[in-house]
Design a protein around this ligand. Structure first.
Ligand SMILES: CC(C)(COP(=O)(O)OP(=O)(O)OC[C@H]1O[C@@H](n2cnc3c(N)ncnc32)[C@H](O)[C@@H]1OP(=O)(O)O)[C@@H](O)C(=O)NCCC(=O)NCCS
Length: 192
């Protein structure tokens, strides 16, 4: 699993976490959270079974270019004090021309409520601005996903839109918030 032009050389280290590319050995850890209905609830797609997780790891583990619309970097998040992957953060290039990128996060609920998702998202926000030349970073989330909205606010993102019934899944229509921050507005959180 290597790509000579990957945009991420990693790993990225924060106070409590290490962010790195996924590897085949992370399959059980990824499935432990991506397979949970409660985790997929606001993702507008079903939980992932093991086979789907293996396919995803095969793709995202290679890293990515950062030069075409749709290029996407997903990083496995590990605690420095315990082995294993506790979640993931992702940044996707939505417009090369306008240097726009979308950020997202998915974590195992066993590791929730301790600020790990926020810490990882801050590190990825800073990477996006400092190394990927992103001008505007945005997040799009279900308006009922209050935990996710709180992460956006801790990242100093501004709520820019409330989209009414803008998406749909098996439960029906869902409304969304769009949060965003510009590169010049971000104070780096500080990573090693
Ligand atoms: C969204 C998601 C990552 C949020 O998880 P989370 O545990 O609330 O987020 P964090 O890990 O950043 O933890 C934040 C909480 O830890 C608390 N905390 C405890 N110790 C802390 C510490 N040392 N440092 C920082 N925060 C700490 C914070 O106060 C905060 O609590 P609050 O939200 O009640 O104010 C998680 O719910 C999830 O994975 N959901 C499913 C996937 C999903 O919906 N993804 C988003 C799609 S848009």
């Amino acid at each position: 699993m290597s790509m000579d032009t990957t945009v991420f050389s990693g790993p990225l280290t924060t106070d409590r976490l290490v962010l790195r590319l996924f590897a085949e050995d992370d399959l059980n850890d990824m499935h432990a959270y991506q397979g949970l209905p409660e985790v997929a609830r606001y993702l507008y797609r079903p939980p992932r079974d093991r086979a789907r997780c293996a396919e995803v790891i095969e793709r995202i583990g290679r890293g990515t270019h950062w030069k075409e619309d749709g290029d996407s970097l997903t990083l496995a998040v590990c605690r420095r004090d315990t082995p294993g992957v506790i979640g993931e953060v992702v940044v996707s290039l939505s417009s090369v021309h306008a240097a726009q990128a979308e950020i997202g996060w998915v974590f195992h609920p066993d590791h929730g409520g301790r600020g790990y998702a926020t810490e990882a998202a801050l590190a990825l926000r800073d990477l996006a601005f400092q190394q990927l030349s992103v001008h505007r970073l945005f997040a799009r989330l279900d308006a009922d996903n209050t935990a996710s909205a709180r992460i956006c606010e801790r990242l100093s993102m501004r709520r820019e839109a409330h989209l009414i019934e803008s998406d749909r899944d098996g439960r029906g229509w869902g409304s969304e918030y769009v949060y965003a921050i510009l590169a010049r507005e971000a104070e780096p959180a500080g990573t090693d």
